[in-house]
Design a protein around this ligand. Structure first.
Ligand SMILES: Nc1nc2c(ncn2[C@@H]2O[C@H](COP(=O)(O)OP(=O)(O)OP(=O)(O)O)[C@@H](O)[C@H]2O)c(=O)[nH]1
Ligand SMILES: [Mg+2]
Length: 182
């Protein structure tokens, strides 16, 4: 019989948030360090990636879930067994509030299924935001982080790569800590 080995320290990470905010693009940037034109995710994409944190190698099994409303009913089943999550919104002026306001329903499901796992807020497409506006944006998200008991916020651009490695590294660290690895 074939022997199946599961790597130690493998954790399920869910990338959540509404359609079009750039979840798949963020995962591509983290996985391949490229900006690849993404198409709307149907269901879920998987990527497995190892990351070194605190002298340990963690394997992240990344579940990049479809954001479009038609897939939302299945999200609670997919959310089971999650060790950490990035909840993502689009920071461009046009979609900022609309996308941020949809995140509580994703957070609620993640918490219902998994308790107080680490969850980071991610504001993506920061390449579309000017410096003054970024100051405003930082103020805007603080009450949100507090209210939903999130572990922090990162501003990223899948397009130019800003913040992407940092947010995945910090999430991996928080997940490791949550599981008492360090
Ligand atoms: N300017 C800019 N565009 C981005 C960025 N990230 C993603 N995009 C663009 O935004 C659009 C949506 O990106 P996706 O990665 O497919 O978004 P998604 O969140 O995975 O969407 P669903 O799969 O439908 O949930 C694409 O046209 C991307 O090229 C970014 O950081 N900056
Ligand atoms: Mg996608």
């Amino acid at each position: 019989m074939e022997k199946v080995t599961v790597k130690p320290f493998t954790y399920k990470i869910v990338i959540a948030g509404p359609g079009g905010v750039g979840k798949t693009s963020l995962v591509y940037r983290f996985e391949k360090n490229e900006f690849i034109p993404a198409i709307t995710t149907i269901g879920v994409n998987f990527v497995v990636k190892e990351i070194e944190i605190g002298g340990k190698t963690l394997t992240l099994s990344i579940w990049d879930y479809a954001g479009e409303k038609r897939f939302q009913d299945l999200f609670p089943s997919y959310a089971i067994g999650t060790s950490g999550s990035l909840v993502c919104f689009d920071t461009s002026k046009q979609f900022r509030m609309a996308s941020l306001n949809q995140l509580p329903s994703w957070i609620k499901i993640l918490r219902e299924k998994n308790g107080e796992i680490p969850i980071l807020l991610v504001g993506n497409k920061i390449d579309l935001v000017d410096a003054d506006d970024l100051v405003e944006l930082k103020d805007l998200v603080q009450p949100f982080i507090k209210k939903y008991n999130l572990q922090g916020v990162y501003f990223t651009s899948a397009r130019d790569g800003r913040g992407v490695n940092d947010v995945f590294s910090n999430l991996a660290y928080l997940v490791g800590k949550y599981h008492k690895l360090f």
